[in-house]
Ligand binder design. Structure first.
Ligand code: 13P
Ligand code: SF4
Length: 330
């Protein structure tokens, strides 16, 4: 029996749901019971009845499932950490708040919104301050809702997402430390970014447009605002998939997001919007061997937490859940 067959056999036998993000390697992605963008994965993994969730993705995704359903045992074949999520922790968050306070913007005047690509601890800090979580597929609605509070939005950690949605809502934005007057901004962004989505350039777009004048450009909102401004479509991973699959087969499209997802989208007329291979190193860490080894751990059964099991303390669960639930309410 080969490894894939062994995995399928174990999956059938165990009380486990295998979840995978679109950026996973093909061989891992194909084995999943649930696939989707960050929002869909958080919602659907929470709704499963199984005791174990085996999450193939990055750390903040597994943590979100644990926060939403603490009774589940969430294991990650590789506890790989999203590079953007690592750019902020509670200390950096508070240091940024202190900068805002120093120029006279007090905590009472601030509503924090965190992109789901952040640790449970950061989500908890946001939840404690009355704030919410958002994902790339609902950021527009969440920011709109946040603005109704009459407060300034402090958006963490992705400055690009914050700036892109500020533009689409006709709002002004600033990045902490970029020298812009923070008082004039409706949305103040933390200075974080995704290293993978920074790979796409305006020159890449010009290259494709020159080569194929009718080509469409579709990108993820983690790309720089200059890229999103020049694109024909901006959306989350799921929104990109829907947009591209609905195009006529002869329509050429260049896509600005992670390689694994773009590569399996359509056989013809789909291009990667980059001369380099935009692979997310941490998403790519999970292998079939890791999935197999984690299923074997589950098969052996233990009441003790496993090394690669997601653990979140009670206080963090309480406040991070608040921030996530406020998102679901919207
Ligand atoms: P989605 O929520 O669009 O799947 O994005 C997650 C992500 O990490 C993109 O880099
Ligand atoms: Fe994080 Fe970027 Fe990888 Fe998405 S592509 S998981 S934001 S490092």
């Amino acid at each position: 029996m080969n490894l894939k067959e062994e995995i399928l056999k174990l999956k059938e036998k165990l009380d486990v749901t295998v979840v995978a993000h679109f950026y996973q390697r093909d061989e891992v992605f194909e084995l999943a019971d649930i696939t989707g963008d960050s929002l869909e994965l958080a919602k659907r993994a929470m709704q499963t009845k199984s005791k174990y969730v085996l999450f193939c993705g990055v750390g903040f995704m597994g943590e979100s499932v644990k926060v939403l359903s603490p009774q589940k045992r969430v294991l990650m074949p590789k506890v790989a950490c999203c590079a953007m999520a690592r750019m902020i922790d509670v200390q950096y968050f508070d240091e940024n708040l202190a900068i805002l306070n120093k120029v006279g913007i007090n905590n009472d005047d601030i509503l924090p919104i965190t992109y789901i690509n952040s640790s449970a601890a950061v989500k908890a800090r946001v939840g404690e301050m009355g704030g919410m979580v958002c994902t790339s597929s609902n950021a527009y609605k969440i920011i709109e809702k946040g603005l109704k509070s009459g407060k300034k939005i402090f958006f963490v950690p992705d400055r690009c997402l914050g700036q892109n949605f500020a533009k689409s809502l006709n709002l002004t934005s600033a990045v902490v430390g970029d020298g812009t007057d923070l008082h004039k901004a409706d949305i103040i962004c933390y200075n974080g970014f995704c290293s993978v989505h920074q790979l796409f350039t305006v020159e890449d777009i010009e290259f494709y447009r020159e080569k194929y004048p009718d080509i469409l450009i579709a990108v993820h909102p983690e790309c720089d605002p200059s890229i999103c401004d020049a694109a024909d479509f901006v959306g989350s991973t799921s929104q990109l998939i829907t947009f591209i699959k609905e195009l006529p087969v002869e329509q050429k499209v260049a896509v600005g997001t992670e390689y694994n997802m773009v590569n399996r989208l359509r056989e013809k007329n789909t291009y990667i919007l980059s001369s380099t291979k935009p692979e997310c190193p941490t998403m790519n860490e999970t292998t079939l061997e890791d999935v197999y080894a984690t299923l074997k751990q589950i098969e052996q059964g233990s009441d003790e937490p496993y090394e690669n099991e997601i653990k979140v303390d009670e206080k963090t669960v309480k406040y991070a859940k608040l921030a996530l639930e406020r998102m679901f309410d919207v």
